[in-house]
Design a protein around this ligand. Structure first.
Ligand SMILES: *Cc1c(COP(=O)(O)O)cnc(C)c1O
Length: 378
């Protein structure tokens, strides 16, 4: 079955008891047991819930993984997964990692004796050079936020295998529709399902997907121990959102190409960061490991005044944090995702005061372009 069909008929298809064409919301915390010696499949919903299981099986299949665990947020997926490491373990992490992951690593995991070294992961040599005898994990994001930098996933996974360390990839920007890191040799795929997977800006959720059942069981143990699993209502909404993943990604991607073509001709736009552009340094690597370039990009403007005018006056693209919704979302990395990074460090990373990120939604691109033109005064 091809992916588009699987998205609709899925792993969980028809409800066996009622014939319902979707999995119901099991808004239930506990289950009656009939035997003192053998508890049933379900006992208490912190551990297992049929609606959560349905979304887990769906995302596992999309990523080509054997086990998926669904979490109350992307950060719950990331932090629960990172708890497989122990004091004294060392991690190598891409230097433009998602801000929430950076915060957890540098203020919480560091306190637990798990240290991280941040590297420019566009260079495989930099990854390898940071590996020490106590290194146990490699944590990457590609394309990364907000400059859409690209890491060679096959190369990175091979380095991890060679050194016997676990590779983790945050696949939020691409979704399994466009990029499947497990097929490229990576060990754990992480998601903020809040973004494109659910796609409607109405759920916070996250996923961890693995091919190794034992590794899946270790993460599952912590999920149950900490109670970080996804609730049934949000599991249901995410299952519904995922049904339209293909059409949303295709349409948003098409709209992205249209908008970028227009932005390229605007003199006030001084740079565009998108792996789909042949001039992007990661263009060919990305093309070799993904089926498309996605619907998020960033661009720079000539003046701070014009940047503010765009962010504050846009009527169609919502000025907000987040991405991957049916509505276009304009973000300002300097004051949003990277607000806590010291200014000099932020500028060194290329996140300037005139850098804007756009996540393209499903509006008609003509309307989006007209709105951008009005705000940019072009
Ligand atoms: C939003 C996001 C996260 C965090 O996910 P939440 O669902 O907000 O907890 C992690 N990684 C990336 C790339 C994200 O965009």
């Amino acid at each position: 079955m091809k992916l588009a069909t699987r998205l609709i008929h899925g792993e969980t298809g028809i409800d066996q008891q009622t014939g319902a064409v979707g999995v119901p919301i099991y808004q239930i915390s506990t289950y009656r047991q009939t035997s003192v010696d053998h508890f049933g499949k379900y006992d208490y919903a912190r551990g297992d819930n049929p609606t959560r299981e349905a979304v887990e099986e769906t995302v596992a299949a999309l990523e080509g993984g054997k086990r998926c665990l669904a979490f109350a947020s992307g950060m719950a997926a990331i932090t629960t997964t990172l708890m497989i490491f122990s004091p004294g373990d060392h991690l190598v992490v891409c230097d433009d990692v998602y801000g929430g992951a950076y915060r957890a690593l540098t203020t919480i995991f560091s306190r637990m004796g798990i240290e991280s070294t941040f590297v420019d992961a566009t260079a495989l040599a930099a990854i390898e050079a940071a590996i020490k005898p106590e290194t146990k994990g490699l944590y990457l994001e590609t394309p990364s936020n907000p400059l859409l930098k690209v890491t060679d996933l096959r190369g990175a996974a091979a380095i991890a295998k060679k050194h016997g360390i676990i590779s983790m990839i945050d696949n939020t920007f691409m979704t399994p529709y466009l990029q499947r890191p497990l097929e490229l040799g990576c060990d754990i795929v992480l998601h903020s399902g809040t973004k494109f997977l659910n796609g409607h800006s109405d759920v916070i959720c996250g996923f961890a997907v693995v091919n190794d059942k034992e590794l899946g069981q270790r993460i599952r143990y912590i999920q149950n121990a900490f109670g970080t699993g996804l609730g049934p209502q949000d599991s249901f909404l995410t299952l519904r959102g995922i049904k339209t993943l293909k059409v949303r990604m295709e349409e948003s991607q098409k709209n992205t190409a249209r908008i970028i073509d227009w932005l390229k001709q605007q003199p006030c736009v001084t740079a565009i960061h998108y792996p789909g552009l042949a001039s992007h340094p990661g263009h060919s690597i990305h093309a070799a490991q993904a089926d498309g370039f996605g619907a998020v990009f960033s661009f720079e403007l000539d003046t701070i005044e014009r940047t503010k005018k765009l962010l504050e006056n846009s009527k169609l693209a919502v000025f907000a944090v987040s991405l991957g919704g049916v509505e276009s979302i304009l973000s300002y990395p300097a004051k949003m995702s990277h607000a806590s990074v010291p200014t000099a460090e932020r500028l060194r990373k290329g996140i300037t005061d005139t850098l804007v990120r756009l996540s393209v939604g499903l509006e008609d691109p003509d309307d989006l372009i007209e709105d951008l033109a009005r705000c940019l005064g072009s």
